[in-house]
Design a protein around this ligand. Structure first.
Ligand code: GLY
Length: 384
């Protein structure tokens, strides 16, 4: 397999329109119920609105609405806002940090695009829930589990994508407390999650006195390996942090994390699920990582001076070109996603995850693929 060609403007339009039609085909199945995190033999099961991933499908609906201005997407997106409003008010499975993954694409997007007040209020309640997990000792947002419990006194690299919800909440309410916590968490994360070579720990424990503990993996192969999606969250999350804070350390972190990611890519620019492996190992890919990194590159192109972005747009076009040419679902039927060969959680002898969604579509892979296409198609105002 040779290095992919950069996707052209015409190919972007065609791929985005194809994605929109898949979303349209799936609307009846996932409007009253949610779409689960990963497909099973290529078809997404439905689920209750109780997973950390339920926001990505509504995010795809809002991207489809932006592309078409078709009222059917708006109506479905607002039906899902009702569900997210109920979830946060009844506190259904919200005792974790993934409020941004849930409420940014489902409710901040809805509010930005329609002015819907229920969406705004639900997203602010979600931001309140997220800051309730801040641990002043150590200055981090605790990812999972009972607050303060020793086995869960840690944060994870993924959380960088939850923080735009907090910056948005501060802008929206005029109350700086949300952004203040986002900045303190980011400083802790940048100091500890990123290793000197630019690779990342998935999770990082703090000691009870607030001093740094140690890195551990949950979904990567082993503690000192290179879980691809964690690296991707680090790339996209650090450039988003830079947009909000203008802290040069965040920009430096983005560059280092990206540089490491690029050194471990196979020729078609879609990594194996852990970048310890190359494709000849037979280990599955994680296509979602490529989509996430492409969005990070395109965010950098959007916010940095042109002379600083060098090859970023070309790289993003190559990554998205690779996904569109070799990973996109070819035959649309109800329930399939947009891109194949994602990996949610693969069990290894050394990690602690529950194995599921290996070599399947993933809801965030689909969302970020569509976001990357939208960024390439137009001057997009990010939900994040
Ligand atoms: N945030 C969890 C994951 O990326 O699988």
């Amino acid at each position: 397999m040779s290095r992919p060609l950069p996707i052209t403007g015409e190919q972007v339009g065609a791929a985005l329109d194809k994605a929109v039609e898949q979303v349209r085909l799936n609307l009846p199945k996932y409007t009253k119920k949610c779409q689960n995190h990963s497909s099973v033999k290529g078809i997404y099961p439905t689920c209750k609105n109780d997973e950390w991933t339920c926001g990505f499908w509504p995010g795809e609906i809002w991207l489809a609405y932006e592309r078409t201005h078709d009222g059917a997407f708006r109506e479905a997106g607002l039906t899902l806002v009702d569900s997210f409003d109920r979830r946060i008010r009844r506190k259904v499975k919200v005792a974790h940090h993934d409020m941004g993954f849930l409420y940014t694409p489902a409710c901040v997007a809805a509010y930005k695009l329609t002015g819907d007040q229920k969406a705004r209020e639900a997203a602010i309640l979600a931001a309140d829930q997220l800051i309730s997990r801040f641990q002043p000792k150590g200055e981090f947002i605790q990812a999972w589990g009972r607050m303060g419990s020793p086995i869960n006194y840690r944060f994870i690299i993924d959380c960088l994508l939850n923080l735009p919800l907090l910056y948005w909440a501060s802008q929206e309410t005029g109350d700086g407390k949300y952004a203040g916590i986002a900045k303190r968490h980011t400083a802790t994360c940048m100091a500890n999650s990123f290793r000197p070579d630019g690779s990342t720990f998935h999770t990082f424990y703090m000691k009870k006195d607030g001093s740094p503990g140690h890195g551990r993996t949950c979904q990567g192969y082993q503690d000192d390996s290179f879980w691809a999606r964690g690296q991707a969250w680090g790339v996209y999350g650090s450039i988003l942090s830079y947009r909000y804070t203008k802290d040069p350390a965040a920009l430096d972190t983005f560059k280092r994390a990206l540089a490491f990611y690029l050194t471990r890519l196979p020729e078609d620019l879609v990594p194996c699920w852990d970048m310890l492996f190359q494709p000849d190992s037979g280990e599955p890919r994680d296509s979602s990582s490529a989509a996430i990194v492409a969005c990070g590159l395109l965010e950098a192109v959007r916010i940095l001076p042109r002379e600083e972005t060098g090859e970023y747009e070309r790289l993003a076009r190559e990554m998205v070109g690779s996904l569109a040419a070799n990973y996109a679902v070819e035959t649309p039927v109800e329930g399939t996603g947009l891109i194949l060969h994602g990996t949610y959680s693969k069990k290894s002898p050394y990690n602690t995850c529950f194995p599921e969604g290996v070599d399947e579509c993933t809801s965030w892979g689909d969302f970020y693929y569509m976001e990357a296409l939208t960024r390439l198609a137009e001057d997009w105002d990010p939900y994040w």
